[in-house]
Ligand binder design. Structure first.
Ligand code: ATP
Ligand code: MG
Length: 564
């Protein structure tokens, strides 16, 4: 795409601006009382400054007139007004901060929740760094727009109208002339707006890239060190920074150009007003006094219009950020059925399932049934689709064709859906522990588990002994991704976390891959003896596991079948 084409591409979504604006307003609704108060204070402050000027004039007149008693009362009023306006400005600043924080958190919480509610496969396409950028800086700029920019716009607009009306009172033609300049400014800002929107999106994209890089690099310091990548990574970071600076400067240049054009057009308006006044004086149709009022008012119309023009980039930034947040909100939400089946003796039937992440299918018309209480080993080459099968059963994606149905021995049935996760326990591949204590991690499986239940789960996962040897026992704090304990120990805690849930359907995806054979067998024995005995899917590459299974399933040729 050429540069202009790119800009056009972004701008063609022009009616998006309207949609984005509606979205922002929708979020603003709960804050309208606070915002109105803020606005009222701002307007009062504006009027007070005018009032002060009038009182100042009175003060001087009375002083020159030698009227001392009235002078004192005016001084007292003057002091009172100063106190009142200071109080107002303090209160208004406080409200503004509260609105900014509350509003920001309000959006952030909803977007965060929305990310959690999005179908996993769709959200997993975004880099965590990108999501973080949207949650922090994009939400921040929307919040700033609502709590600062929009009230300012309203204030400037009111100021503009008041000045215009006053000017019209003195000279209608001049007032209309001043107004004629406004559309010129608006057209200029709309034209520049297109470019600015494109540039703003670019800046935000490079910001996301830059953050994603840092986040990923910091999360993998060990790899950086192992492969001696420190210098290389620093260089990459500098490159990304340069890319960012390129777009930031470009955006700033456009901003500057915009405000210069705006400034010039109003200088021009001022000169025309000046010339107009001079001609009228020459003709004797106005007095010097009226001429002074003209110039003051034309000048005063300049400042709000210029102020408004300067806010255009801020609004564009806000709308572009809103767009990036809306993009997340438009991702398909997981569909809950709102119903479940009695969670005991659960089986699952996979019928004619086809699925691929891309056009390349992982499953093509696959059928299989896992009966209640059965322990099934699922084997197959790496990359063949074992984890994918689990994702389909867990309903982490909605793009599948065919059907997956859970059933129980009472004959109740339900399709695979997020609701089914209530009776499934899943130990995913890889290290999935959170920072915090071991107990906190196990409790994630079941928030209501008692200390005793935690101990039983740890024992069944063959984790109890090593946990007890740690200085703080179950209260031992582990770091991000289980830093502080070994890989195999982390796996056993993850299994305890799944067991404590007491779910009738258990899925272990290579959950014992880091254990030595005898520990692995004792973990599996613990799971087999687990009461109530779950239906269990064990994904494994190890033959030794098979002795604990009733059945072995193979994935071959995009289908599933019993191993022979
Ligand atoms: N999020 C994804 N997006 C696109 N393709 C994916 C994604 N996850 C997996 N795949 C592809 O789908 C296929 C099946 O992957 P899957 O993770 O199910 O394999 P697996 O049998 O679990 O392998 P392993 O034993 O190595 O864990 C692979 O070819 C893989 O490249
Ligand atoms: Mg896998």
């Amino acid at each position: 795409m050429g540069k202009m084409a790119k800009i056009k591409h972004y701008w063609n979504k022009r009616d998006d601006a309207g949609k984005y604006f509606k979205w922002v307003l929708n979020y603003t609704k709960p804050y309208i009382p606070q915002l109105s108060l803020l606005l009222a204070f701002d307007l009062i402050a504006t009027l007070t400054s005018v009032g002060m000027a009038i009182i100042g004039k009175e003060l001087i007149d009375k002083a020159t007139g030698g009227n001392l008693s009235e002078l004192w009362s005016i001084i007292i009023i003057y002091v009172l007004i100063i106190l009142a306006s200071q109080t107002l400005s303090v209160v208004s600043e406080l409200i503004s901060v509260v609105v900014y924080e509350k509003f920001g958190f309000g959006i952030r919480k909803r977007v965060y929740r929305r990310i959690l509610d999005t179908s996993w496969l769709d959200i997993a396409k975004y880099h965590t760094g990108d999501l973080m950028t949207r949650l922090t800086s994009d939400v921040g700029s929307v919040s700033d727009g609502i709590s600062r920019t929009i009230p300012k716009i309203i204030k400037l607009f009111v100021e503009l109208v008041v000045t215009f009306v006053t000017l019209a009172y003195y000279d209608l033609r001049l007032a209309i002339f001043a107004l004629l300049v406004a559309p010129v400014a608006m057209l200029a800002s709309v034209w520049l707006g297109r470019k600015l929107k494109y540039l703003t999106i670019k800046v935000q994209q490079t910001e996301s890239k830059y953050r994603s890089f840092m986040q990923e690099s910091l999360a993998n310091i060990l790899i950086e060190k192992s492969f001696c990548l420190e210098d290389y990574s620093e260089k990459r970071l500098t490159q990304l920074r340069d890319e960012r600076i390129y777009w930031v400067l470009k955006k700033n240049r456009t901003n500057l150009f915009a405000s210069t054009v705006m400034g010039l057009s109003f200088q021009f308006g001022y000169i025309v007003a000046f010339a107009w006044g001079a001609i009228c004086i020459a003709k004797g149709s106005i007095t010097y006094g009226t001429m002074t009022v003209f110039l003051t008012l034309v000048n005063r119309i300049q400042s709000p219009v210029l102020g408004l023009a300067q806010l255009v980039p801020k609004i564009i930034t806000m709308l572009a950020s809103a767009g990036r947040i809306i993009e997340l909100q438009n991702l398909p939400k997981e569909e809950y059925l709102g119903r479940t089946i009695h969670p005991e003796h659960i089986g699952v039937k996979v019928t004619n399932v086809s699925f691929g992440y891309t056009d390349e299918l992982v499953f093509d018309g696959a059928d299989i049934e896992f009966k209640p209480g059965e322990f099934t080993a699922i084997v197959g080459k790496s990359g063949i689709g074992k984890t994918t099968l689990v994702r389909l059963i867990m309903a982490f994606t909605q793009k599948m064709q065919g059907s997956i149905t859970f059933y129980n021995e009472k004959g109740e049935e339900m399709p695979a859906s997020p609701d089914a996760r209530n009776f499934i326990s899943y130990v995913p591949q890889g290290n999935t522990l959170f920072s915090g204590s071991i107990k906190d991690n196990v409790l994630m499986g079941n928030k209501d588990a008692t200390d005793e239940e935690i101990i039983i789960a740890l024992k069944s996962a063959s984790a109890y002994d090593f946990v007890m040897e740690l200085p703080q026992g179950v209260d031992t704090i582990i770091g991000e991704k289980g830093v502080g304990i070994s890989e195999g120990q982390a796996q056993r805690i993850a299994i305890a976390r799944a067991l404590v849930r007491r779910a009738p359907f258990l899925i272990l995806d290579e959950a014992t891959s880091s254990l030595d054979e005898s520990t692995e067998l004792s973990v599996l024995e613990g799971i087999r003896k687990w009461n109530p005995s779950p239906t269990c899917l064990l994904i494994t590459h190890r033959r030794s596991v098979l002795q604990y299974c009733d059945r072995e399933i193979q994935i071959v040729d995009k289908k599933m079948r019993d191993a022979v």
